[in-house]
Design a protein around this ligand. Structure first.
Ligand SMILES: O=P(O)(O)OC[C@H]1O[C@H](OP(=O)(O)OP(=O)(O)O)[C@H](O)[C@@H]1O
Ligand code: HPA
Length: 179
């Protein structure tokens, strides 16, 4: 695929992300502080950086598991078809579950995954997304906790990609085409 040239303009700094995660971890601890059976589920691939930072701020006994869901491929538009490419390793029936997502855009991914995991009868299921783009929503669904609400821009960095690139940027930036 030939890629149009683009640059990435910083939108949310690494420092601002770290401060927000500290505050979110406190809120999650208030919700789940009474449990010793929390499973933190990262949605691959986009959430791998966020979940790594979040669990290290969570002063709770946790298990970590991953589920891989994909709907964008290399495109900037959702296919609206969420494919599960890798399932959880552990059962979640009767467990407390926190789903960790990098971004909620159209809402298809988080809504689909939440439906799937709810059918497995967890005791409690909550979700957290680092970013929320509410103006793009096609499904009436949102995370229980959100790091930052952002405008309708295609963002990358901190785990999030454009055609598999830029996941390793330490900040969130917006893609700006230059040609
Ligand atoms: O709210 P939505 O419109 O469904 O978009 C959000 C999803 O899109 C991206 O996943 P993608 O399909 O690009 O897979 P990836 O996580 O492997 O990058 C992102 O990581 C979210 O999971
Ligand atoms: O803004 C975005 N950037 C990268 N991947 C995405 N998946 C949904 N929205 C986005």
């Amino acid at each position: 695929m030939t890629q149009r040239p683009y640059v990435v303009d910083e939108m949310i700094s690494a420092k601002a992300i770290a401060a927000r995660i500290e505050a979110l971890a406190q809120e999650i601890k208030r919700e789940f502080g009474d449990t010793n059976q929390l499973v933190v589920v990262g949605l691959l691939r986009g959430s791998f950086v966020f979940i790594a930072d979040l669990v290290r701020e969570l002063d709770l006994p946790v298990e970590v598991d991953f589920l891989e869901a994909s709907s964008y491929g290399n495109a900037m538009e959702s296919s609206r078809e969420v494919r599960i490419l890798k399932d959880l390793r552990s059962g979640i029936e009767g467990r407390d579950v926190l789903v960790v997502e990098d971004i909620v855009d159209t809402g298809h991914t988080l809504s689909h995954v939440t439906g799937l995991l709810t059918s497995r009868k967890p005791a409690r299921l909550r979700s957290i997304a680092l970013l929320d783009k509410p103006t793009r929503r096609e499904v009436d669904f949102g995370a229980d906790w959100t790091g930052f609400e952002i405008p309708d821009e295609f963002v990358v960095g901190y785990g999030i990609d454009y055609a598999q690139r830029n996941r390793n940027l330490p900040y969130i930036g917006k893609v700006r085409f230059t040609g």
